[in-house]
Design a protein around this ligand. Structure first.
Ligand SMILES: Nc1ncnc2c1ncn2[C@@H]1O[C@H](COP(=O)(O)OP(=O)(O)OP(=O)(O)O)[C@@H](O)[C@H]1O
Ligand SMILES: [Mg+2]
Length: 469
């Protein structure tokens, strides 16, 4: 594959990814010399409208690997796609360079160190590892577990950092995956199409057009066949709502290692992700505020580096949940930039009053990878609870925040509540409701240890009970 040029790269992409009718426009827009003074449609002898219609088809095709294309208004799409293509090109050049350097060094057997395949992580935003806090052990655990079994679900409540941990794992451990590290976003849908898209990126001669019209799961399975025996690769399936939506798309557990993230306990080997410890929580908050990150090894050392002293109380109020800390930190930063700074004690008071309905905890565009607000993240799990489990959640509200609730007490409480309403109590159903809440990462504990709820989830249940959400 000597001399990969920008033009040959663009032509190859056009050939493998786009319908024939728009290929020429794509090539002309992205590969031709604009210095000629003529616009692409003039050079192609088509109208500007036709050029725009062709590009629209191209954007749709690239949306699978560049989701931000769907969000962007018409104006910036061309540039956004160009940047993406340039990153992709750089990645492939690295692969080509690696192959060439092997060829030029005859003492090296090419099969001993095959060219690294980059994967498609460039298409999503990856946080600098220096701003990723408190998860070293988890990354190592993910790696160990994936060595034992090539499938693992990273499970935890909304906003706890599942997506971020899996991105960071894929980035940090890339050298263990000579077949590349690949990212698929499940909520984006069209999983078959996404598998096709990464297969085409990985194997440029893959005859995509021959298989494009297969039913989606057959298409995915046909694509995976191409990967087997060609180097261990990591595939991340991010944000799986339930196993049913991805099961038939999974590759055979051979050389492809699959890491899934979900708020729900999937029927697979699991690794549960909990909120951050107090030190990384503090570090994340300061990093989001754009302030120097405390580096102390103990909480006391960290606290000596920061003011005001109420900061740990704010972290605690936010339950050390990464999503909440990041939103709060960015909110404070924004207010400071707007010259309307809010003190941390003031914010603590406001949050006590408004809880999850406070503007600071709502969805903000500046978060990474299409992140949600806190209530919005919890809502996704709430919507998948059965009715009786939602009712049980509301019964948990009178318990003190952070308290452990013994099983017997909860049982007696539920029984009394139902009897007062003339309904029968059924302990099997209670246990199923508890499981339902636990499987959706909204409740912790078991019959023996008793149960506990994260303070922010507690607040969410309370707002639900009071009809405020
Ligand atoms: N350890 C961490 N250090 C720094 N930032 C983090 C960390 N973990 C998560 N974040 C940030 O917190 C936010 C929420 O994390 P993430 O999107 O990974 O949560 P999630 O568990 O995938 O949520 P959801 O269930 O809604 O998909 C993101 O903006 C992410 O970048
Ligand atoms: Mg996520």
């Amino acid at each position: 594959m000597p001399g990969l040029t920008w033009r040959s790269f663009i032509e190859e992409l056009a050939r493998t990814m786009l319908p024939q009718t728009v290929q020429q426009t794509f090539i002309e827009v992205y590969a031709s010399n604009e210095d000629s003074g003529q616009s692409a449609h003039d050079r192609l002898n088509i109208s500007q409208k036709t050029e725009e219609a062709h590009l629209k088809i191209c954007y749709e095709k690239f949306q699978q690997e560049l989701p931000r294309l769907a969000e962007k208004g018409g104006g910036g799409k061309k540039e956004l796609l160009l940047e993406h293509l340039q990153r992709k090109f750089a990645g492939q050049q690295q692969s080509v360079a690696a192959i060439q350097s092997q060829r030029e060094t005859p003492q090296q057997e090419p099969t001993e160190s095959p060219a690294p395949v980059v994967g498609n992580l460039q298409s999503i935003q990856v946080r600098d590892s220096a701003e990723f806090f408190g998860r070293d052990l988890i990354l190592r655990e993910i790696h160990t577990k994936l060595q034992e079994q090539p499938r693992l679900a990273l499970v935890g409540m909304g906003g706890v950092g599942k997506t971020e941990a899996s991105v960071q794992y894929a980035t940090a451990y890339t050298q263990h995956y000579p077949g590349g590290t690949w990212w698929l976003s499940v909520p984006q849908g069209n999983i078959g199409g996404q598998v096709l898209s990464i297969t085409v990126q990985r194997f440029q001669n893959f005859p995509a057009d021959v298989y494009r019209n297969l039913p989606p799961t057959d298409l995915a399975q046909r694509c995976w066949q191409e990967w087997y025996g060609k180097g261990r690769a990591l595939v991340v399936l991010d944000d799986v709502a339930h196993i049913g939506e991805v099961q038939a798309f999974l590759p055979k557990p051979a050389e492809l290692v699959v890491l899934l993230t979900s708020r729900e306990a999937l029927d697979l080997p699991l690794l549960r992700l909990d909120v951050l410890g107090p030190i990384p929580a503090l570090q994340l908050l300061f990093s989001a505020m754009g302030k120097p990150v405390p580096k102390g090894e103990t909480l006391e050392e960290c606290l000596a580096e920061v003011t005001p002293k109420q900061v740990p109380a704010l972290c605690q109020q936010m339950d050390c949940l990464p999503l909440a800390l990041e939103l709060i930190g960015k909110y404070l930063k924004q207010l400071e930039q707007d010259e309307e700074p809010l003190s941390i004690p003031q914010l603590i008071l406001q949050l006590e009053g408004k809880g999850l309905r406070h503007g600071a905890l709502k969805k903000e565009n500046y978060l990474m990878n299409g992140q949600r607000g806190v209530a919005e993240a919890f809502e996704l799990s709430w919507a998948r609870l059965r009715d009786s489990a939602q009712r049980l959640a509301e019964l948990l509200v009178p318990y003190q925040v952070g308290a452990t609730i013994p099983h017997d007490l909860l049982e007696a409480h539920t029984q009394r509540y139902l009897q007062l309403r003339g309904q029968d109590y059924d302990h099997v159903m209670l246990r199923e409701d508890i499981r339902n809440l636990r499987n959706r990462s909204l409740l912790k504990g078991n019959t023996n240890s008793g149960y506990s709820i994260h303070p922010l989830v507690h607040r969410f249940f309370k707002d639900k009970l009071e009809g405020k959400l």
